[in-house]
Ligand binder design. Structure first.
Ligand code: ADP
Length: 191
């Protein structure tokens, strides 16, 4: 299964993506987690993007798309859960091209919808637990601003595929996960 999770910061995408990956035995390809790992281990790439992440800005497309291509080729041949990519239309088109070249397509796009005030509250709470450099009030506001301006429009790109699964993310982890399992079952039954 080739899956994509999409939605604002704080919507619980990462939590659900990890759980799907474990239950369906798929690699979890999270651009944010992987960028933070590169920063933590001090790679040249990590040094290059550290300030960008701390400011809540997007890493330039050519860098991000290059990394994603590597990861999909190395790990995604038998399915994946992609998390944090694409974040704008150029990345969405690059992903379409990449998958087409590999003879693959997305099976479902899980869209986590959440009001900004709830997203902000959740991120501020997480800030106390995880100590992420980008979970300060200013940077949270900037990340949500970029989300609405650049990422939200690609929802329409995916709605057009008929494979978008809209989820109300303002519920418990269990409730959302049950709905995801039901949706994935419907896709499997239809296949
Ligand atoms: P969040 O969704 O809470 O912002 P992520 O862990 O998904 O957290 O991403 C953290 C940061 O990593 C982003 O603010 C951005 O700087 C960078 N990043 C992640 N994915 C991408 C991407 N697809 N394109 C550009 N930058 C990205």
């Amino acid at each position: 299964m080739n899956l994509l999770v999409l939605g604002p910061q704080g919507a619980g995408k990462g939590t659900q993506a990890k759980r799907i990956a474990a239950d369906y035995d798929l690699p979890h390809i999270s651009t944010g987690d992987r960028f933070r790992a590169e920063i933590a281990s001090g790679t040249e790439f990590g040094q290059r993007v550290q300030g960008i992440l701390a400011a809540g800005e997007l890493v330039p497309d050519e860098l991000t798309i290059g990394k994603l291509r590597e990861w999909i080729h190395a790990e995604g041949q038998d399915g994946f859960v992609l998390d944090g990519f694409p974040r704008n239309l150029a990345q969405a088109e690059a992903l379409d091209t990449m998958l087409r070249e590999l003879g693959k397509e997305l099976d479902a796009i899980l869209f986590f919808d959440l009001p900004d005030d709830v997203a902000t509250q959740r991120m501020l709470k997480r800030a106390q637990e995880e100590n992420r450099a980008d979970d300060t009030p200013d940077v949270i506001a900037r990340r949500l601003e970029i989300y609405h301006a650049e990422t939200e429009p690609i929802v329409e790109h995916y709605r057009a595929t008929g494979k978008l699964v809209p989820l109300h993310a303002d519920r418990s982890i269990e409730e959302v996960y049950t709905e995801i399992q039901q949706a994935l079952q419907r896709f499997e039954d239809a296949a």
